[in-house]
Design a protein around this ligand. Structure first.
Ligand SMILES: *Cc1c(COP(=O)(O)O)cnc(C)c1O
Length: 363
């Protein structure tokens, strides 16, 4: 195993500052004292594994990432259990996914070992930054953000010969500070985030850049998120651009669009499909038309809708709003939605037995 060399931050945040941040960290605003780093060159492969003080990067203005968006990332969390130990959830899935993203963005493959060890090396050093939940409702954690960028100084258009991989970590408070609040979603019919053969399935910054304008459009319509449909027929549900979408039917099905090259293969999505049977739900992955959702909600066939992803776990959906119609599931979170949410969180926070061996200890 390649060891990560540790260069300690000689000026870490004072304990008092750190403890105050952990009391109300919000999301993505504060960062721990260190970051993990591995450097890649086409000649030498991955090398120089290190954990070093968190701080600005010095990059050449001609670095490829600034010009051609050769960048990918991951997102997962470290959870503190009641006994003080720190765990993460199915990181081998994130390792596999960063490699699928890397393949599509012409970035180098990173071994699962390097990926998971980078998390362990960083979190074990910065474990004091992992919040300790005060109650079951306190969904605080340390959010981990691995990312890979093309750093070769070269304006020619080809895959970069130099790449840097980093992991940074940010304490995160409960996503819903004032209790769970269902989302209103805007149906984007003109702007798309992904097309067949494109990068929709890859976790890359470019997909997010193209979803910002539709998200502004949603905000102008009083909605917090956007639902994207397929680019060809403008008919089928893809996802929300940062979260996957699921529907619950009256007869006990957990419905979600089947994976395609326009949908991100979410770890939360996969885990909920895996957990569904133990809650009496039959997981179904297939194409779903927006029209099917509309008719099903009207007839009472589709009873719940929610979004899922690592950051917010599960977020109930109250409404889908479009130019022509509104689907209304009401402001109360669905029963199955909340059962699934609790089942997943109980595993992640170590309150329920991890019968699937999904947890990996980081510290
Ligand atoms: C990360 C992400 C998700 C959710 O994936 P999880 O692994 O569950 O966090 C969904 N959609 C997009 C576009 C994403 O980038």
């Amino acid at each position: 195993m390649t060891e990560f060399v540790v260069l300690k931050n000689l000026q870490p945040q004072p304990e008092l500052v750190r403890e105050n941040i952990k009391k109300d960290p919000g999301f993505g605003k504060y960062f721990t004292d260190h970051m993990a780093h591995i450097r890649y060159t086409i000649d030498d492969g991955w090398q120089a594994h290190e954990v070093k003080p968190y701080g600005p990067l010095v990059l050449d203005p001609a670095a490829a990432v600034f010009h051609y968006a050769q960048e990918i990332f991951e997102g997962l969390k470290a959870y503190r259990h009641a006994d003080g130990s720190v765990w993460t959830f199915r990181p081998e899935r994130n390792a596999a996914r960063i490699n699928r993203s890397a393949e599509r963005l012409a970035l180098p493959q990173l071994s699962e070992e390097d990926f998971i060890n980078s998390l362990k090396a960083l979190v074990s050093l910065d474990q004091a930054w992992v919040p300790t939940p005060e109650s079951e409702a306190d969904e605080s954690s340390l959010y981990l953000r691995p990312f890979m960028i093309a750093t070769e100084r070269f304006l020619g258009v080809r895959a970069s010969h130099e790449v840097d991989y980093y992991v940074i970590a940010s304490p995160a408070g409960p996503y819903f500070a004032g209790g769970i609040k269902p989302l209103s979603i805007w149906l984007s019919t003109t702007l798309k985030r992904a097309g067949a053969g494109g990068t929709g399935f890859a976790k890359c910054g470019g997909n997010y850049a193209s979803s910002l304008v539709p998200t502004n459009e949603a905000a102008a319509k009083g909605c917090q998120q956007v639902l994207f449909t397929d680019a060809e027929e403008n008919k089928y549900i893809d996802e929300l651009g940062g979260m996957n979408l699921m529907l619950v039917t009256k007869d006990g099905k957990l419905l979600t669009p089947g994976l395609s090259d326009t949908i991100l293969d979410g770890v939360t999505r996969r885990s909920l499909l895996d957990l569904a049977p133990q809650l009496g739900l039959e997981p179904v992955e297939r194409k779903i038309e927006v029209e099917e959702w509309r008719e099903g909600a009207a007839s009472g066939e589709i009873v719940e809708a929610f979004a899922c992803g690592t950051a917010a776990v599960i977020t109930p959906i109250s409404k889908l709003v479009s130019e022509d119609f509104t689907i209304d599931h009401g402001e109360t979170a669905g029963e199955k939605t909340m059962e699934l949410r609790k089942t997943l969180l109980d595993i992640q926070y170590g309150r329920a037995e991890d019968t699937n061996n999904w947890l990996v200890r980081l510290a």
